[in-house]
Design a protein around this ligand. Structure first.
Ligand SMILES: *Cc1c(COP(=O)(O)O)cnc(C)c1O
Length: 378
Protein backbone atom coordinates (compact mmCIF):
# COMPACT_ATOMS: atom_id res chain seq x y z
CA UNK A 1 0.00 0.00 0.00
CA UNK A 2 1.27 3.48 -0.85
CA UNK A 3 2.08 5.86 2.00
CA UNK A 4 -1.04 7.57 3.34
CA UNK A 5 -1.37 11.33 3.03
CA UNK A 6 -4.13 13.87 3.66
CA UNK A 7 -3.82 14.81 -0.04
CA UNK A 8 -1.81 13.20 -2.82
CA UNK A 9 -0.87 15.99 -5.20
CA UNK A 10 2.00 14.03 -6.73
CA UNK A 11 -0.11 11.15 -8.06
CA UNK A 12 -2.70 13.62 -9.27
CA UNK A 13 -0.06 15.54 -11.20
CA UNK A 14 1.48 12.42 -12.74
CA UNK A 15 -1.87 11.45 -14.30
CA UNK A 16 -2.12 14.72 -16.22
CA UNK A 17 1.61 15.45 -16.46
CA UNK A 18 1.79 15.83 -20.24
CA UNK A 19 -1.04 18.37 -20.39
CA UNK A 20 0.28 20.31 -17.40
CA UNK A 21 3.88 20.35 -18.60
CA UNK A 22 2.71 21.46 -22.05
CA UNK A 23 0.60 24.26 -20.60
CA UNK A 24 3.50 25.52 -18.45
CA UNK A 25 5.94 25.28 -21.36
CA UNK A 26 3.63 27.40 -23.49
CA UNK A 27 3.75 30.18 -20.89
CA UNK A 28 7.54 29.90 -20.74
CA UNK A 29 7.75 30.11 -24.53
CA UNK A 30 5.74 33.32 -24.62
CA UNK A 31 7.10 34.77 -21.32
CA UNK A 32 3.71 36.43 -20.70
CA UNK A 33 4.07 35.77 -16.99
CA UNK A 34 1.67 38.49 -15.87
CA UNK A 35 -1.80 38.79 -17.40
CA UNK A 36 -1.04 36.37 -20.19
CA UNK A 37 -3.99 35.18 -22.29
CA UNK A 38 -4.41 32.07 -20.09
CA UNK A 39 -5.69 34.26 -17.25
CA UNK A 40 -8.63 35.64 -19.26
CA UNK A 41 -9.17 32.17 -20.70
CA UNK A 42 -9.49 30.76 -17.19
CA UNK A 43 -12.00 33.47 -16.27
CA UNK A 44 -14.13 32.57 -19.34
CA UNK A 45 -13.82 28.82 -18.64
CA UNK A 46 -14.92 29.28 -15.04
CA UNK A 47 -17.80 31.58 -16.04
CA UNK A 48 -19.06 28.80 -18.25
CA UNK A 49 -18.43 26.02 -15.75
CA UNK A 50 -20.11 27.89 -12.89
CA UNK A 51 -22.77 29.55 -15.05
CA UNK A 52 -21.96 32.98 -13.65
CA UNK A 53 -21.56 36.29 -15.51
CA UNK A 54 -18.19 37.33 -14.15
CA UNK A 55 -15.12 35.59 -12.77
CA UNK A 56 -12.21 37.78 -11.72
CA UNK A 57 -9.02 35.86 -10.88
CA UNK A 58 -6.77 37.16 -8.12
CA UNK A 59 -3.72 36.14 -6.10
CA UNK A 60 -5.31 33.94 -3.41
CA UNK A 61 -8.53 33.21 -1.55
CA UNK A 62 -7.76 35.59 1.31
CA UNK A 63 -7.26 38.46 -1.14
CA UNK A 64 -10.53 37.49 -2.84
CA UNK A 65 -12.39 38.04 0.44
CA UNK A 66 -10.59 41.32 1.06
CA UNK A 67 -11.23 42.58 -2.46
CA UNK A 68 -14.92 41.66 -2.17
CA UNK A 69 -15.30 43.70 1.02
CA UNK A 70 -13.35 46.63 -0.45
CA UNK A 71 -15.36 46.59 -3.69
CA UNK A 72 -18.61 46.59 -1.69
CA UNK A 73 -17.30 49.73 -0.01
CA UNK A 74 -17.63 48.41 3.54
CA UNK A 75 -16.50 51.09 5.98
CA UNK A 76 -14.72 51.05 9.31
CA UNK A 77 -17.09 49.86 12.03
CA UNK A 78 -19.54 48.16 9.66
CA UNK A 79 -20.67 44.82 11.02
CA UNK A 80 -20.12 41.59 9.14
CA UNK A 81 -21.83 38.40 10.30
CA UNK A 82 -19.59 35.36 9.90
CA UNK A 83 -19.24 31.94 11.47
CA UNK A 84 -16.44 31.63 14.02
CA UNK A 85 -15.99 28.00 13.00
CA UNK A 86 -14.04 28.53 9.76
CA UNK A 87 -10.53 28.90 8.42
CA UNK A 88 -9.24 32.08 10.03
CA UNK A 89 -8.85 34.02 6.75
CA UNK A 90 -12.61 34.59 6.56
CA UNK A 91 -12.50 36.63 9.73
CA UNK A 92 -8.99 38.00 9.40
CA UNK A 93 -9.85 40.21 6.42
CA UNK A 94 -12.82 41.62 8.32
CA UNK A 95 -10.46 42.72 11.09
CA UNK A 96 -7.81 43.91 8.62
CA UNK A 97 -10.31 46.29 7.01
CA UNK A 98 -11.33 47.52 10.50
CA UNK A 99 -14.81 46.08 10.09
CA UNK A 100 -16.47 44.40 13.05
CA UNK A 101 -16.84 40.62 12.87
CA UNK A 102 -20.07 39.44 14.48
CA UNK A 103 -19.58 35.77 15.23
CA UNK A 104 -22.46 33.49 14.42
CA UNK A 105 -23.11 29.94 15.58
CA UNK A 106 -22.91 27.00 13.17
CA UNK A 107 -25.35 24.15 12.70
CA UNK A 108 -24.07 21.08 14.61
CA UNK A 109 -24.84 18.72 11.72
CA UNK A 110 -23.66 20.63 8.64
CA UNK A 111 -20.94 22.77 10.31
CA UNK A 112 -22.14 25.73 8.20
CA UNK A 113 -23.64 28.98 9.50
CA UNK A 114 -26.78 28.39 11.60
CA UNK A 115 -29.43 30.26 9.62
CA UNK A 116 -31.70 30.40 12.67
CA UNK A 117 -29.05 32.31 14.61
CA UNK A 118 -28.38 35.06 12.07
CA UNK A 119 -31.39 37.36 12.42
CA UNK A 120 -30.88 38.22 16.09
CA UNK A 121 -27.33 39.38 15.29
CA UNK A 122 -28.50 41.94 12.74
CA UNK A 123 -28.24 45.58 13.87
CA UNK A 124 -28.50 48.88 11.96
CA UNK A 125 -24.73 48.61 11.42
CA UNK A 126 -24.84 45.18 9.77
CA UNK A 127 -23.74 45.33 6.14
CA UNK A 128 -22.94 41.77 5.12
CA UNK A 129 -23.29 38.08 5.87
CA UNK A 130 -20.40 35.76 5.01
CA UNK A 131 -21.58 32.14 4.78
CA UNK A 132 -18.69 29.68 4.48
CA UNK A 133 -19.29 26.53 2.44
CA UNK A 134 -17.24 24.50 4.88
CA UNK A 135 -15.56 21.19 4.04
CA UNK A 136 -17.19 21.18 0.59
CA UNK A 137 -20.81 21.65 1.62
CA UNK A 138 -22.92 24.67 0.77
CA UNK A 139 -24.48 26.70 3.54
CA UNK A 140 -28.28 26.87 3.36
CA UNK A 141 -28.48 29.83 0.97
CA UNK A 142 -32.25 30.39 0.55
CA UNK A 143 -32.91 31.59 4.11
CA UNK A 144 -29.67 33.61 4.03
CA UNK A 145 -30.74 35.36 0.83
CA UNK A 146 -34.20 36.00 2.31
CA UNK A 147 -32.63 37.72 5.32
CA UNK A 148 -30.27 39.68 3.09
CA UNK A 149 -33.22 40.95 1.08
CA UNK A 150 -35.26 41.80 4.16
CA UNK A 151 -32.43 43.81 5.78
CA UNK A 152 -30.69 44.98 2.60
CA UNK A 153 -27.41 43.16 3.27
CA UNK A 154 -24.65 41.90 1.01
CA UNK A 155 -23.90 38.20 0.94
CA UNK A 156 -20.27 37.18 0.41
CA UNK A 157 -19.97 33.41 -0.11
CA UNK A 158 -16.62 32.08 1.09
CA UNK A 159 -16.39 29.26 -1.42
CA UNK A 160 -12.71 28.40 -0.91
CA UNK A 161 -13.59 24.80 0.03
CA UNK A 162 -16.56 24.01 -2.17
CA UNK A 163 -15.92 24.80 -5.83
CA UNK A 164 -17.51 22.07 -7.93
CA UNK A 165 -20.43 21.76 -5.51
CA UNK A 166 -23.86 23.30 -5.88
CA UNK A 167 -26.97 24.32 -3.99
CA UNK A 168 -30.49 23.27 -4.86
CA UNK A 169 -32.95 26.01 -3.93
CA UNK A 170 -36.55 25.64 -2.76
CA UNK A 171 -37.57 26.23 -6.37
CA UNK A 172 -35.57 23.16 -7.41
CA UNK A 173 -33.02 25.20 -9.35
CA UNK A 174 -29.37 24.15 -8.93
CA UNK A 175 -26.78 26.89 -8.67
CA UNK A 176 -23.03 26.52 -8.37
CA UNK A 177 -21.60 27.48 -5.00
CA UNK A 178 -20.38 31.05 -5.04
CA UNK A 179 -22.92 32.26 -7.61
CA UNK A 180 -25.95 32.91 -5.39
CA UNK A 181 -24.83 35.72 -3.10
CA UNK A 182 -23.76 39.23 -4.06
CA UNK A 183 -20.28 37.87 -4.64
CA UNK A 184 -18.42 34.58 -4.14
CA UNK A 185 -14.75 34.07 -3.36
CA UNK A 186 -12.61 31.03 -3.89
CA UNK A 187 -9.05 29.76 -3.46
CA UNK A 188 -6.83 27.70 -5.75
CA UNK A 189 -4.40 26.77 -2.96
CA UNK A 190 -2.86 23.44 -4.03
CA UNK A 191 -4.87 21.23 -1.67
CA UNK A 192 -8.22 22.86 -2.43
CA UNK A 193 -10.70 21.01 -4.68
CA UNK A 194 -9.48 23.00 -7.69
CA UNK A 195 -5.87 23.66 -6.77
CA UNK A 196 -3.02 25.21 -8.74
CA UNK A 197 0.71 24.77 -8.05
CA UNK A 198 1.14 27.83 -5.89
CA UNK A 199 -1.26 30.51 -4.71
CA UNK A 200 -4.37 31.57 -6.58
CA UNK A 201 -7.93 32.75 -6.07
CA UNK A 202 -10.96 34.27 -7.78
CA UNK A 203 -14.17 36.21 -7.27
CA UNK A 204 -17.50 35.38 -8.87
CA UNK A 205 -20.50 37.67 -9.36
CA UNK A 206 -23.53 38.22 -11.57
CA UNK A 207 -23.43 41.98 -10.89
CA UNK A 208 -21.62 43.66 -13.79
CA UNK A 209 -21.05 46.98 -12.01
CA UNK A 210 -19.59 45.15 -9.02
CA UNK A 211 -17.36 43.09 -11.34
CA UNK A 212 -15.89 46.31 -12.75
CA UNK A 213 -15.25 47.59 -9.25
CA UNK A 214 -13.62 44.30 -8.24
CA UNK A 215 -11.27 44.46 -11.23
CA UNK A 216 -10.37 48.01 -10.29
CA UNK A 217 -9.72 47.20 -6.61
CA UNK A 218 -7.56 44.21 -7.56
CA UNK A 219 -5.58 46.40 -9.95
CA UNK A 220 -4.30 49.33 -7.85
CA UNK A 221 -7.67 51.12 -7.93
CA UNK A 222 -7.25 51.95 -11.59
CA UNK A 223 -9.44 51.40 -14.64
CA UNK A 224 -6.95 53.12 -16.90
CA UNK A 225 -3.25 52.53 -16.38
CA UNK A 226 -1.64 55.18 -14.13
CA UNK A 227 -5.00 56.80 -13.26
CA UNK A 228 -5.85 55.70 -9.71
CA UNK A 229 -9.45 56.42 -8.70
CA UNK A 230 -9.70 54.54 -5.39
CA UNK A 231 -7.47 52.71 -2.91
CA UNK A 232 -6.91 49.23 -4.26
CA UNK A 233 -4.30 46.54 -4.02
CA UNK A 234 -2.21 44.39 -6.33
CA UNK A 235 -3.72 40.95 -6.57
CA UNK A 236 -3.15 38.95 -9.73
CA UNK A 237 -3.21 35.30 -10.66
CA UNK A 238 0.07 34.26 -12.31
CA UNK A 239 -0.24 33.16 -15.94
CA UNK A 240 1.49 29.86 -15.14
CA UNK A 241 -1.10 29.13 -12.45
CA UNK A 242 -3.93 30.05 -14.82
CA UNK A 243 -2.50 27.69 -17.45
CA UNK A 244 -2.40 24.87 -14.88
CA UNK A 245 -5.97 25.62 -13.78
CA UNK A 246 -7.24 25.56 -17.37
CA UNK A 247 -6.02 21.97 -17.56
CA UNK A 248 -7.28 20.97 -14.11
CA UNK A 249 -10.73 22.55 -14.49
CA UNK A 250 -11.53 19.89 -17.11
CA UNK A 251 -11.04 17.27 -14.39
CA UNK A 252 -12.86 19.05 -11.57
CA UNK A 253 -16.06 17.00 -11.80
CA UNK A 254 -14.05 13.77 -11.87
CA UNK A 255 -12.08 14.98 -8.86
CA UNK A 256 -15.26 15.84 -6.94
CA UNK A 257 -16.76 12.44 -7.76
CA UNK A 258 -13.62 10.69 -6.58
CA UNK A 259 -13.87 12.53 -3.25
CA UNK A 260 -17.56 11.65 -2.98
CA UNK A 261 -16.76 7.98 -3.53
CA UNK A 262 -14.31 7.97 -0.63
CA UNK A 263 -16.94 9.69 1.53
CA UNK A 264 -19.54 7.09 0.50
CA UNK A 265 -17.21 4.32 1.60
CA UNK A 266 -16.40 5.91 4.96
CA UNK A 267 -20.09 6.69 5.56
CA UNK A 268 -20.99 3.05 4.97
CA UNK A 269 -18.28 1.72 7.26
CA UNK A 270 -19.09 4.10 10.11
CA UNK A 271 -22.89 4.06 9.78
CA UNK A 272 -24.84 3.72 13.05
CA UNK A 273 -21.69 3.59 15.18
CA UNK A 274 -22.62 5.01 18.60
CA UNK A 275 -19.40 7.02 18.92
CA UNK A 276 -19.10 8.35 15.37
CA UNK A 277 -21.24 10.97 13.77
CA UNK A 278 -20.49 10.98 10.03
CA UNK A 279 -20.69 14.25 8.08
CA UNK A 280 -24.30 15.16 7.42
CA UNK A 281 -25.40 15.57 3.80
CA UNK A 282 -27.95 18.33 3.65
CA UNK A 283 -30.69 17.69 1.07
CA UNK A 284 -30.04 21.09 -0.55
CA UNK A 285 -26.33 20.55 -1.03
CA UNK A 286 -24.20 18.59 -3.47
CA UNK A 287 -21.30 17.94 -1.08
CA UNK A 288 -17.83 17.80 -2.67
CA UNK A 289 -15.93 16.74 0.46
CA UNK A 290 -13.00 19.07 0.59
CA UNK A 291 -12.64 17.39 3.97
CA UNK A 292 -14.18 14.30 5.51
CA UNK A 293 -14.78 15.58 9.02
CA UNK A 294 -16.59 13.58 11.60
CA UNK A 295 -17.56 14.12 15.21
CA UNK A 296 -16.39 11.71 17.92
CA UNK A 297 -18.77 11.23 20.82
CA UNK A 298 -17.53 9.95 24.18
CA UNK A 299 -14.04 9.15 22.93
CA UNK A 300 -10.89 11.15 23.49
CA UNK A 301 -10.06 12.63 20.10
CA UNK A 302 -6.39 13.22 20.75
CA UNK A 303 -5.84 9.59 21.76
CA UNK A 304 -7.52 8.45 18.53
CA UNK A 305 -5.38 10.85 16.52
CA UNK A 306 -2.20 9.60 18.17
CA UNK A 307 -3.04 5.92 17.69
CA UNK A 308 -3.91 6.49 14.03
CA UNK A 309 -0.60 8.24 13.58
CA UNK A 310 1.19 5.19 14.99
CA UNK A 311 -0.50 3.15 12.25
CA UNK A 312 0.73 5.56 9.60
CA UNK A 313 -2.63 7.31 9.18
CA UNK A 314 -2.47 11.11 9.18
CA UNK A 315 -5.45 13.10 10.43
CA UNK A 316 -6.09 16.80 10.90
CA UNK A 317 -8.12 18.92 13.29
CA UNK A 318 -10.03 21.56 11.34
CA UNK A 319 -10.16 23.73 13.42
CA UNK A 320 -8.71 23.45 16.93
CA UNK A 321 -9.46 27.06 17.95
CA UNK A 322 -12.52 28.95 16.67
CA UNK A 323 -11.97 32.49 15.41
CA UNK A 324 -13.62 34.21 18.39
CA UNK A 325 -11.19 32.45 20.75
CA UNK A 326 -8.07 33.45 18.81
CA UNK A 327 -5.64 35.60 20.73
CA UNK A 328 -5.86 38.49 18.29
CA UNK A 329 -9.54 39.00 19.08
CA UNK A 330 -9.16 38.98 22.86
CA UNK A 331 -9.79 42.40 24.34
CA UNK A 332 -11.78 43.34 21.25
CA UNK A 333 -15.16 42.21 22.62
CA UNK A 334 -14.88 38.61 21.41
CA UNK A 335 -14.27 37.33 24.94
CA UNK A 336 -17.98 37.80 25.70
CA UNK A 337 -19.11 35.76 22.71
CA UNK A 338 -20.71 32.43 23.64
CA UNK A 339 -20.95 29.83 20.88
CA UNK A 340 -21.62 26.47 22.48
CA UNK A 341 -21.85 24.36 19.34
CA UNK A 342 -18.72 25.92 17.87
CA UNK A 343 -16.76 25.36 21.08
CA UNK A 344 -17.95 21.78 21.36
CA UNK A 345 -17.17 20.95 17.73
CA UNK A 346 -13.62 22.22 18.01
CA UNK A 347 -12.99 19.62 20.73
CA UNK A 348 -14.67 16.69 18.95
CA UNK A 349 -14.01 16.89 15.20
CA UNK A 350 -11.38 14.95 13.31
CA UNK A 351 -10.70 14.87 9.56
CA UNK A 352 -9.61 11.67 7.82
CA UNK A 353 -7.58 11.55 4.60
CA UNK A 354 -9.72 12.18 1.53
CA UNK A 355 -8.47 13.06 -1.92
CA UNK A 356 -8.78 12.34 -5.60
CA UNK A 357 -6.17 9.57 -5.74
CA UNK A 358 -7.28 7.41 -2.84
CA UNK A 359 -6.95 3.70 -3.50
CA UNK A 360 -9.33 0.98 -2.36
CA UNK A 361 -6.78 -0.66 -0.03
CA UNK A 362 -5.96 2.71 1.52
CA UNK A 363 -9.61 3.49 2.28
CA UNK A 364 -10.12 0.02 3.73
CA UNK A 365 -7.04 0.26 5.93
CA UNK A 366 -8.02 3.71 7.22
CA UNK A 367 -11.63 2.76 7.98
CA UNK A 368 -10.81 -0.57 9.64
CA UNK A 369 -7.98 0.91 11.73
CA UNK A 370 -10.22 3.78 12.78
CA UNK A 371 -12.99 1.42 13.89
CA UNK A 372 -10.53 -0.87 15.66
CA UNK A 373 -9.07 2.02 17.66
CA UNK A 374 -12.47 3.43 18.58
CA UNK A 375 -13.92 0.10 19.58
CA UNK A 376 -10.95 -0.57 21.83
CA UNK A 377 -11.29 2.84 23.51
CA UNK A 378 -15.05 3.00 24.09
C1 LIG B 1 -8.25 28.28 2.12
C2 LIG B 1 -9.31 29.17 2.63
C3 LIG B 1 -9.24 30.57 2.50
C4 LIG B 1 -8.02 31.29 2.04
O1 LIG B 1 -7.51 30.92 0.84
P1 LIG B 1 -5.94 31.21 0.50
O2 LIG B 1 -5.89 30.99 -0.97
O3 LIG B 1 -5.14 30.26 1.29
O4 LIG B 1 -5.68 32.63 0.86
C5 LIG B 1 -10.32 31.32 2.92
N1 LIG B 1 -11.42 30.74 3.47
C6 LIG B 1 -11.51 29.42 3.63
C7 LIG B 1 -12.74 28.84 4.23
C8 LIG B 1 -10.46 28.58 3.23
O5 LIG B 1 -10.56 27.26 3.42
Amino acid sequence: MDKLQMVDLKSQYLRIKDDIDGAIQEVLNTTAFINGPQVAELARNLEQYLDVKHVIPCANGTDALQIAMMALDLQEGDEVITPSYTYFATVEVVALLKLKPVFCEVDPLTFTIDVKAIEKLITPKTKAIVPVHLYGQSADMDPIMDLAKKYNLFVIEDNAQAIGGYYTGKNGIKKANGTIGTVGTTSFFPSKNLGCYGDGGALTTNDSALAEKIKMVANHGQRKKYFHEIVGCNSRLDTIQAAILNVKLKHLDTYCNARRKVADYYDQQFANHPNISTPHRASYSHHVYHQYTLVLEGIDRDTVKKQLEEKGIPTMIYYPVPAHKQQMFQGAGAEDVVLETTDLLTTKVISLPIHTEMQEDQMQYIASSFLEIINALK
